[in-house]
Write a protein that binds this ligand. Structure first.
Ligand code: 5GP
Ligand code: MN
Length: 345
């Protein structure tokens, strides 16, 4: 039996909003990942089964490897269709914020989203949610927003609305936010949910292949190049760094999503406790971090890189050159030594 974690009053408020709403919009964060896309499209599908039409707005173009998701072809991409997206937001009476905890995470959509007269419902698993939503369903202990959306739908009595297409979306985010069930994944509820989604018709092995067997030759070579030439290990601090400059990215015809898993690779070395990936963007450096155990990469990102996130997966932005970003990291590394486990584990 899946743990009954969602506050009854919040469920009732959400239920009432669902009954009365006519124009529903679902939003998710910039650079949508499997969990952002999966939860948005999964909820959209479940609402459709309820007889409610909802539009999904993403701030920017989703990565190609997620375009197989049911409904992905109907997403409204704000950066491409701004006028239409703004109209949807200003006409909405119910707006979902999925897989993000603060308006900043939707970047250039923030102003139009906050200005929307719609009632706002946040369903999310990041720490420290903002207070603007009318209904806030925040569960940082959940490994993905998709797993949380599943629990919300079940708790609302909408089990019948989770059909195979909805299940495919929800499974995708559960899989990607746990690295195919390799971290944040030791909760039995997860596998009861997976079992249920399989019974609803998904083929989990096929979803795995669609998401992870999506390399292009350029992507494969770019990742190989980065590991061969640009990986530095700092044994004293049990940290690793991979960098890619704009020039290097261009050489391999970088497409969004091409470096998605790169930050995880150094963690496959037993002695490495945390890994940092720096990708040069126009005018800033995008920082992506991962860690094992209790090492708080979210703190590292918050204190030094204008970011945040989860204990073991966080990110941020550094406004300066790649060289400055690297020297900042090297400078601050000793400050975080106190979070390292004892040397033998
Ligand atoms: P990724 O490394 O996959 O881009 O991001 C991992 C996690 O870090 C995200 O799920 C999000 O919680 C957090 N994150 C990434 N970039 C940022 C950022 O610029 N600001 C904040 N606050 N969090 C971020
Ligand atoms: Mn997520």
């Amino acid at each position: 039996m899946i743990a009954d974690i969602i506050d009854k009053e919040l469920l009732q408020d959400l239920d009432e909003l669902l009954v009365t709403s006519r124009n529903i919009v679902i939003t998710c964060h910039l650079s949508p990942d499997g969990d952002a896309m999966g939860s948005s499209l999964g909820l959209r599908r479940a609402l459709w089964r309820m007889g409610k039409k909802a539009k999904v707005i993403t701030p920017d173009t989703p990565p190609k490897y997620l375009t197989f998701l049911p409904g992905a072809d109907e997403i409204v991409i704000y950066s491409r269709s701004e006028a239409y997206a703004r109209k949807l937001l200003s006409n909405a009476d119910l707006l979902f914020c999925l897989d993000y905890n603060e308006p900043k995470r939707i970047d250039h959509v923030e102003e139009a989203m906050m200005a929307s007269p719609a009632k706002k419902v946040m369903i999310d698993h990041h720490l420290h949610p903002a207070s603007f939503p009318d209904v806030l369903i925040s569960h940082p202990e959940e490994s993905s927003t998709c797993a949380l959306v599943y629990k919300v739908l079940i708790a609302l009595g909408l089990s019948d609305c989770i059909d195979e297409l909805c299940a495919e979306c929800l499974y995708t985010g559960m899989m990607t936010d746990t690295g195919n069930f390799s971290y944040n994944s030791n909760n039995p509820d997860l596998y009861e949910t997976v079992a249920d989604l399989i019974r609803r018709g998904i083929n989990k092995d096929e979803i795995y292949r669609k998401v992870y067997f999506s390399n292009s030759l350029n992507r494969l070579r770019l990742n190989g190049y980065a590991i061969l030439n640009n990986l530095t290990v700092y044994p004293d601090h049990r940290g690793a760094l991979i960098t890619l400059t704009r020039k290097e990215l261009n050489e391999f015809h970088y497409q969004k999503g091409d470096t998605e898993d790169l930050v995880n690779r150094p963690l496959t070395m037993p002695d490495i406790v945390y890994s940092v990936f720096m990708r040069e963007e126009e005018g800033y450096v995008k920082i992506s971090t991962r860690s094992k155990g209790n090492f708080p990469v979210n703190l590292m990102c918050k204190e030094n890189f204008n970011g945040g996130g989860h204990l073991n997966a966080a990110g941020g932005e550094f406004f300066g050159t790649m060289e400055q970003a690297i020297s900042t990291l090297i400078e601050i590394m000793p400050k975080y030594d106190r979070y390292l486990p004892s040397a033998d584990n």
